[in-house]
Design a protein around this ligand. Structure first.
Ligand SMILES: *Cc1c(COP(=O)(O)O)cnc(C)c1O
Length: 226
């Protein structure tokens, strides 16, 4: 099956209001261009250098998202163009993004990453820590960032009820935060429920962003093999 057919198939399954981000890391620019020419313009990359190179070589109206952990010393390379940073998990990182955005005379949208999984190793903040960030008196001075929502990755398990429980906890924190700090505007609106095997659960529980798995780009190789 071609890569565009695969995309079309995914689009049939996902509600229209959910934003699709194609995870294009490690994949060649011509594959990105194929999807771009087909009309898909939102791509996610996790390596700063690769993201920057792809940005430089590909059409300028692509919406580039940074996914995964981001080191403070790398923010400067993507600040001129990145449209959403998915996994901010410290006030320090927020400050650096703000500083680099300011240098580029832009405002950068970010999601705060919440830790919802049982695994200890994953990055992310507790709901309480997210409240602390939003209550930090310094936050108001960060005029070049916009916190547009929350992101969380569920435990890597086949237990669907466990995954659902974690997504519900993320959603409840999201609702609480929205009501407490963003009641008067619609800037806080994205909820990205990540990368469990079962996308259905994320959709049922209210995700607004769907990450199209990296393997969509291998689709072409399967047809070549056949
Ligand atoms: C690679 C990656 C994904 C997507 O994983 P798949 O292998 O495509 O399922 C999601 N989030 C982050 C941070 C990633 O680096």
């Amino acid at each position: 099956m071609s890569i565009t057919n695969k995309l079309e198939q995914i689009k049939q399954l996902i509600p229209k209001q959910v934003k699709l981000v194609a995870v294009s890391k490690t994949k060649p620019q011509e594959d990105i261009l194929t999807l771009y020419e087909y009309g898909h313009k939102v791509f996610g990359e996790n390596k700063v250098q690769e993201l920057k190179e792809k940005y430089e070589n590909l059409p300028k109206d692509i919406e580039w998202h940074h996914i995964g952990h981001l080191q403070t010393n790398k923010v400067k390379y993507i600040a001129p163009f990145v449209s959403l940073i998915h996994a901010v998990d410290s006030f320090k990182l927020l400050k650096v993004i703000n500083k680099e955005a300011q240098k580029n005379n832009r405002k950068i949208n970010v999601l705060l990453q919440m830790h919802i999984a049982q695994e200890e190793t994953k990055f992310g903040l507790s709901c309480k820590q997210i409240h602390e960030i939003l209550q930090n008196p310094e936050l108001g001075k960060l005029e070049n960032i916009q916190i547009t929502g929350l992101m969380g990755m569920a435990t890597n398990t086949d237990d669907k009820e466990q995954i659902r429980k974690e997504f519900r906890y993320l959603k409840s924190c999201f609702d609480e935060i929205k009501q407490k700090y963003f009641a008067t505007n619609d800037t806080f609106r994205e909820l990205s429920m990540g990368m469990s095997g079962d996308f259905q659960i994320a959709i049922e529980e209210g995700t607004t962003i769907f990450m199209i798995e990296n393997s969509i780009f291998s689709a072409r190789n399967y047809t070549l093999k056949n």
